[in-house]
Design a protein around this ligand. Structure first.
Ligand SMILES: Nc1ncnc2c1ncn2[C@@H]1O[C@H](COP(=O)(O)OP(=O)(O)OP(=O)(O)O)[C@@H](O)[C@H]1O
Ligand SMILES: [Mg+2]
Length: 259
């Protein structure tokens, strides 16, 4: 579904120097696969998502989605950005419907679908509010609904649960797995939480910084549906520990997170 071949990305910094954000990235993601990206802050995770989304051009290499080279944003991709990006002057409901509006694909049942998605993430009753009346976590949940409204085949999620408290975060991750099982999508998911990456994913891509490269890709052969009890299994703990040592080296990841 997504094929990244020898992709690199350099940015021109303001002082005229060049930032090598990504180098030599090779990654193939199958239809309906759930893949997470983890790695230290600044290693190029958001950049990689932007390249796949067609929001920024690669400096080298090729990005193909569904057999086509990505050279502009695609309609069949839903994106949840790292910080909530709702339109402040629109209601929550209209924010969720926004992708349909700009794609001119509004259908009579769309508002009902938007309401159902909002209910799913616990935002029923907030449809007519404006983003400023919501907490950061609530805004992020609305942004997740917006990414799902056009039922995209591919979902790119950049730390979608970063602004949520631990309980909501667990609830939302199981909800995401439920949606993914119900309507299989190819998901590329950035997270700073190693347990979250292992629990959700078929594979975890561990990146190393400057320039961002793939350090290792770890398979997670745990059965599905996944449950939080699985965090106690040796397979889970071995993989989490291995990822932690890849990221932190000898420091061993005392903080339990990738940064
Ligand atoms: N628009 C830009 N212009 C210049 N440099 C950039 C730009 N965007 C990102 N960078 C640089 O590219 C590198 C990768 O950034 P990126 O945002 O992809 O990292 P990240 O892995 O998502 O980090 P985090 O975990 O903190 O979100 C960083 O060194 C960053 O400074
Ligand atoms: Mg980022």
């Amino acid at each position: 579904m997504i094929q990244i071949t020898n992709a690199s990305k350099t940015y021109a910094a303001r002082d005229g120097s060049t930032v090598h954000a990504l180098s030599g990235i090779d990654l193939e993601i199958a239809d309906a696969e759930f893949v997470s990206l983890v790695g230290p802050s600044g290693c190029g995770k958001s950049t990689l998502l932007r390249l796949v989304a067609g929001l920024a051009p690669a400096s080298g290499g090729l990005i193909d989605v569904d057999g086509e080279t990505v050279d502009q944003p695609r309609r069949d991709i839903g994106i949840v950005f790292q910080s909530p990006t709702l339109l402040p002057w629109e209601t929550v409901l209209d924010n969720v419907l926004f992708p349909l509006k700009i794609m001119h694909s509004m259908s009579p049942d769309a508002p009902d679908r938007a309401r159902a998605l909002l209910r799913l993430v616990g935002l029923d009753g907030f449809e007519e509010k404006h983003p400023s009346e919501l907490s950061g976590g609530m805004q992020q949940r609305a942004a997740i609904c917006r990414a799902l409204i056009h039922d995209p085949d591919i979902l790119l999620m950049d730390e979608p649960f970063g602004a949520l408290d631990a309980l909501t975060r667990e609830e939302m991750s199981l909800e995401l797995l439920r949606i993914w099982t119900d309507q299989p999508k190819t998901i590329l998911f950035v997270t700073h939480s190693i347990p979250e990456a292992v629990l959700l994913s078929d594979r975890v891509v561990v990146m190393s910084p400057r320039p961002g490269r793939i350090a290792e890709i770890i398979n997670v052969p745990l059965p599905r549906p996944r449950t939080f009890d699985m965090e106690g299994l040796p397979e889970f703990q071995e993989r989490s520990q291995h990822i932690r040592s890849l990221i932190f080296g000898d420091r061993g990841g005392r903080h339990g997170a990738a940064t």
